[in-house]
Design a protein around this ligand. Structure first.
Ligand code: DUC
Ligand code: ZN
Ligand code: ZN
Length: 456
């Protein structure tokens, strides 16, 4: 299959230029100002940007919380992903108590069989002991070079000594560990305080998790990495103070990678008072204007490395599990389809970042950190032909009904955005045409190398 993309503006982290792109046998074959070659398909990309396929570093598809399972599985989640321009998702295979990492990996491979975007797995570990450590080398051999640990959630939390030991053990093998940073004990105390006051609705959620709850966790992770001598990856950074901890740690020589999510540059904490406030219950919670400005500043100054969605969707019926108690609302929201248009609207069009930085944040840095570069995250001859043709002039309104995700709500419902993923080439095939998924189930497993650790 040969595809020729003509007349588009190729956008890379290093600059942009008008060029044609020739794709053959799943790879980028040529990029040049004028290509006249035979092709099975010629796509006119005049007026559009051409990006390396976007990588979502943070999704939770088919995640079983015990009380309920996420509304999106891989089938629905990756359809939404690829239509939104995400050609690779990195989902969290989750090693629950009583499971091995091998069990979790096998299970996640099964869950992902019907995927419409490419996919890889981080391994989220709920236990850190000799038995789990004995599995780590096999994870690398299976293409899993990144892991995750949580400071919170009873089913998942590990302690600081375990994070320290895991950073060393995984770090010396060339891996990175993402950590969900919040102070568990203070959080529990604050939940009890709000409940004691009879404050049971969703507006209590952000009160229990103010920015210091995150910033303390980030500061602690930074010090743990300083002691271990290995890198730290802060997942879903949401606050100005958390970002300051990252910056301060880097000044001390700590190697730290920071991820944020679209919700932390777009949505305000006041939304918890909405009639459907439960749909915004996610952790970390939505923040204030000054936090959104700080996160955008972090993107601008390249202190933030990449953007994942933390897509973890629940229907309103599932959210109603916590109708009388905010702490029982399943945490998470849908976002996997809307990341590119939100980042374009709220970060590029506002002038906070350039298109080149969008390329860096949406794919290149993730590909480097997570061992996929330059096959993914690059528009280069020889790279995988995962390509997004993005129409910057499209204006549309985000509606859950027109999103391909399976749940009946969206945190971004009703928001007008600029720009839209028009076409997507995945593994050398045109799978999205004019916003429609024309070829589902073409996703492949992405076997990942050790981390590039570009901040070392
Ligand atoms: N936060 C969420 O909101 N959902 C999934 C896990 C997490 O940390
Ligand atoms: Zn998390
Ligand atoms: Zn998450």
């Amino acid at each position: 299959m040969r595809i020729l993309i003509k007349n588009g503006m190729v956008v890379r982290s290093t600059g942009r230029k008008k060029a044609d792109v020739l794709i053959k046998d799943g790879k980028i074959k040529r990029i040049a100002p004028e290509i006249d070659a035979k092709a099975d398909r010629v796509i006119d990309a005049a007026g559009c940007y051409i990006f390396a396929g976007f990588i979502d570093t943070h999704t939770h598809f088919d995640l079983d919380l015990g009380v309920t399972v996420t509304a999106d599985n891989f089938e629905t989640g990756t359809k939404a992903a690829v239509v939104g321009g995400t050609t690779t998702v990195l989902d969290f295979a989750t090693q629950d108590h009583g499971m091995t990492m091998h069990d979790a990996l096998e299970l996640w491979h099964k869950k992902a069989e019907k995927s419409s975007s490419n996919y890889g797995f981080h391994m989220a570990v709920s236990e850190w002991n000799d038995a789990r450590k004995a599995e780590v080398d096999d994870m690398f051999k299976a293409g899993v070079s990144s892991f995750k640990m949580y400071m919170v959630y009873d089913a998942m939390k590990v302690n600081d000594g375990q994070i320290y030991d895991a950073q060393k053990f995984i770090g010396e093998r060339g891996g990175v560990i993402g950590v969900h940073c919040e102070n568990y004990d203070v959080l529990q105390a604050r939940i009890a305080e709000e409940k004691a006051k009879g404050h049971m609705d969703p507006t209590a959620h952000p009160v229990t998790r103010p920015q210091a709850v995150e910033a303390e966790g980030v500061a602690r992770l930074m010090r743990i990495a300083e002691l271990s001598g290995y890198p730290a990856w802060v997942v879903h950074l949401s606050t100005a103070d958390g970002l300051e901890e990252v910056r301060a740690a880097r000044k001390r020589g700590v190697e730290v990678y920071a991820e944020t999510c679209p919700q932390y540059i777009t949505l305000d904490v006041k939304r918890y008072a909405d009639p459907d406030g439960a749909k915004f219950v996610m952790s970390p919670p939505l923040r204030e204007a000054k936090d959104r400005a700080a996160i955008l500043d972090g993107m601008k100054k390249k202190d933030i490395d990449f953007i994942g969605t933390d897509h973890c969707s629940f229907t309103m019926a599932q959210k109603a599990l916590g109708k009388d108690d905010f702490s029982k609302i399943p945490n998470g929201g849908a976002g996997v389809q809307n990341r590119a248009e939100l980042v374009y609207t709220y970060a590029v069009k506002t002038g906070a970042i350039t298109l080149e930085q969008m390329a860096l944040l949406m794919s290149e840095r993730a590909a480097r950190l997570f061992g996929m570069f330059p096959e993914k995250g690059a528009l280069r001859v020889g790279s995988d032909a995962d390509i997004v043709i993005f129409d910057p002039d499209d204006k549309h309104t985000i509606l859950w009904k027109t999103n391909l995700h399976a749940c009946d709500n969206s945190p971004y419902e009703g928001m007008e955005v600029l720009g839209r993923t028009r076409d997507v080439v995945l593994n050398g095939e045109l799978v999205v045409e004019n916003g429609t998924l024309v070829k589902p189930y073409c996703g492949k497993y992405v076997f990942r190398k050790p981390s590039e650790r570009y901040r070392k």
